[in-house]
Design a protein around this ligand. Structure first.
Ligand code: GLU
Length: 450
């Protein structure tokens, strides 16, 4: 059995039933083979065995009372995975599917993503198996307050700085921050994605989506093309998808799809951004609403999805932006994309393509930007927010956006130069994993056996 497969088997034994975590680990370790062979120092110091084990796992009860007066209980998590490069940093996910394995996969990805930004941030992730859908504003507030009542003792501006993820946006960060302040009496930069009036950064809301488009543009420029005029497929309808679509319009591209948990929306003229923002950011309704205003658009309900994949990837487009969630793009989807002439995929979500879909993209040598590189603009801008908080400043939108563009270009260069260094030019999966790993591992080596 190879070293990698032995590591996965050991993990499956010691941390059972965490399939997504093993998937994330396997993808990284497979890329690391050439590095581990050329430089024995990592194996000699058990860096792999240490890096797959979170430094600290915090699991807690989140009791709260719903609007009917009924007591509810959810599971809360914060996995502080790696602090070699800086304070733990990563989002909180509130979704019915959340469990320890999901938070571990996300935390593990976050280590390398954060390392790739070149900034001083470690990796962590947290959340709860709480589904905000259909919950009133008051219920959300009570839930957030209860969640923070346990979490506050574990976090701090130089300890661990959570942010949003699926189900956690500006509203939730506001309630979480309010409770943190009340419990500690401190006005700390302890969360990012805050409101602009109270310590937030301009550009943080837009950063993941914008960054993902900047990354696609960098990949395309590497082949002497640009995104202007290209037809684009986007999945998701949350913060990442919305600002991916916004930046695509600014770059003269045409985004024709988006999706939510009820189905996929297709508008061949291009998704109307104002309508999308209204439906999702203000009204919090299903994408089906869009048809009321644009009856010529098409809506594919969830029930009508193909058995082997997702309706969104069956429309023809030249560039694809998976911006919804993990494993939302299957091998069959990848085949359809390639057959329809798609030549570039830039991932706004975390691990949205299944391993066999990734394999296909790499084998076919299309431009493929894995999530930990392409969606790193969000967390990078979070670090800019931390930096503004520490200096008691607020920078302009233009200043932040300039920095974001520079960071996305650096990440692209780091990934492609590392891929070339290991004899696989253009393989950004290999480049991202090795470049991210090497930075963290070297810091770990210098800090001793901890
Ligand atoms: N949840 C985002 C991510 O997956 C952002 C994390 C952050 O800003 O800390 O990277």
């Amino acid at each position: 059995m190879s070293y990698i497969h032995r590591t996965i088997a050991d993990l499956a034994r010691s941390s059972p039933a965490q399939a997504l975590f093993y998937q994330a680990v396997e993808e990284v370790l497979e890329s690391l083979e050439p590095l581990l062979e050329s430089d024995p120092i990592y194996r000699q110091n058990a860096i792999i065995e240490r890096i797959v084990e979170p430094e600290r796992q915090i699991l807690f009860r989140v009791p709260w009372v719903d609007d009917e007066g009924q007591v509810r209980v959810n599971k809360g998590y914060r996995m502080e995975f790696n602090s070699a490069l800086g304070p733990y940093k990563g989002g909180l996910r509130f979704h019915g599917s959340v469990n320890a394995g999901i938070i571990k996969f996300l935390g593990f990805e976050q280590i390398f993503k954060n390392a790739l930004t070149g900034l001083a941030i470690g990796g962590a992730k947290g959340g709860a198996n709480f589904d905000p859908k259909g919950r009133s504003d008051r219920e959300i507030m009570r839930f957030c307050q209860s969640f923070m009542t346990e979490l506050y003792r574990h976090i701090g501006p130089t300890i661990d700085v959570p942010a949003g993820d699926i189900g956690v946006g500006a509203r939730e960060i506001g309630y979480l921050f309010g409770q943190y302040k009340r419990l500690t009496r401190r006005y700390d930069g302890v969360l990012t994605g805050k409101g602009l009036l109270w310590g937030g950064s301009y550009g943080r809301r837009e950063a993941t989506g914008y960054g993902c488009v900047y990354f696609a543009q960098n990949m395309l420029l590497g082949r002497g093309e640009t995104i202007e005029g290209k037809t684009c497929l986007v999945s998701g309808a949350g913060n990442v998808a919305i600002y991916t679509i916004e930046k695509l319009y600014q770059f003269g591209a045409r985004p024709i799809t988006c999706s939510d948990s009820t189905g996929t929306l297709y508008d061949p003229h291009g998704i109307d951004l104002d309508a999308l923002k209204r439906i999702k950011e203000e009204q919090r309704l299903s994408l089906r609403e869009y048809l009321k205003e644009f009856p010529k658009a098409e809506f594919v309900p969830l029930e009508a999805y193909p058995e082997d994949g997702h309706a969104v990837w069956r429309f023809p487009g030249q560039v694809a932006f998976p911006c919804a969630t993990q494993n939302e793009l299957t091998e069959a989807d990848a085949r359809h994309l390639l057959a329809n002439g798609c030549s570039c995929v830039s991932e706004g979500a975390n691990m949205p393509s299944t391993p066999t879909a990734v394999e296909l993209f790499v084998r076919e040598r299309i431009l493929y930007g894995p999530g930990k590189a392409a969606n790193a603009g969000g967390v990078a801008t979070s670090q800019l927010e931390m930096s503004q908080n520490a200096g008691m400043q607020q920078w302009s939108f233009e200043q932040v956006d300039q920095r974001l563009q520079g960071i996305m270009l650096d990440i692209y260069r780091r990934c492609s130069e590392t891929a070339a260094e290991f004899g696989q030019p253009g393989n950004l999966v290999l480049g991202a994993n090795i470049a991210g790993f090497r930075r963290v591992a070297d810091a770990m080596l210098q800090q001793g056996v901890v």
